[in-house]
Design a protein around this ligand. Structure first.
Ligand SMILES: C[S@@+](CC[C@H](N)C(=O)[O-])C[C@H]1O[C@@H](n2cnc3c(N)ncnc32)[C@H](O)[C@@H]1O
Length: 205
């Protein structure tokens, strides 16, 4: 996967994305966002926000910044944002955002999509303040799962369609220091999808 391919693929997906993805993942999204226990006034980053399907689930008063690489996806998000969020075209692997500038971060269905999931995670983490929380909802290869030749082959085909099913969460988190996993819940497809809550150690508030 590379950014150029993602730009092409997600330009094609943008018109039908909500229709396809909203029903499948809505309940899992609700759960992920609920875990953050967002409070009015908090600053939230949606990294790889896509068409903004998370936006309606975010409590009012939360100050949202939504970034994505794809203009057509982000335009769909702007329509949902209703003036409640700031939108920026940005590479999640190289965020033009200050260190420790967010209280919470949502990384839904993005770490399996960007070319370098570890880099996207590290960048999001950099922008999270000490004591802040991040939630990830995505599919990962089980940590103890063997990557069979068949799964490897099928994974390569799926990756060409814009998402890689064969990444391990720990490979992405371990490149970054000071990551405390508070929860790692099984979600859809017999736990292939996970909801993971993380906290950055440091002062609260
Ligand atoms: C599967 S969609 C997920 C969108 C949204 N987070 C959601 O939960 O519906 C993946 C998104 O990642 C975006 N994307 C791909 N590569 C990216 C990159 N390098 N930086 C930021 N966003 C990227 C795509 O444009 C697309 O909107």
């Amino acid at each position: 996967m590379n950014n150029q391919r993602n730009l092409v693929v997600y330009r094609l997906y943008a018109p039908g994305y909500d229709w396809l993805v909203r029903p499948l993942f809505h309940t899992a999204r609700q759960r992920a966002i609920k875990l953050l226990q967002l409070q009015p006034g908090e600053r939230l980053l949606l990294s790889g926000a896509g068409t903004g399907l998370d936006l309606p689930l975010i409590p009012s008063g939360v100050r949202v910044t939504a970034v994505d690489l794809s203009y057509p996806m982000l335009q769909k998000g702007r329509e949902k944002g209703n003036g409640r969020a700031a939108f920026a075209l940005m590479d999640a692997q190289q965020l033009g955002l200050a260190d420790a500038s967010f209280d919470a971060i949502v990384l839904n269905l993005i770490l399996s999509v960007v070319p370098d999931g570890a880099a996207a995670f590290a960048e999001a983490w950099r922008t999270l303040r000490p004591g802040g929380q991040a939630v990830i909802f995505d599919k990962f290869l089980p940590e103890d799962g063997r990557l069979s030749p068949l799964r490897q082959f099928v994974g390569k085909i799926i990756a060409r369609l814009g998402t890689d099913p064969n990444r391990r969460l720990n490979d992405m988190l371990h490149a970054t220091e000071l990551v405390s996993v508070e929860r790692n819940e099984a979600s859809l497809f017999r736990g292939q999808y996970r909801i993971v809550l993380l906290r950055k150690p440091g002062r609260e508030g």
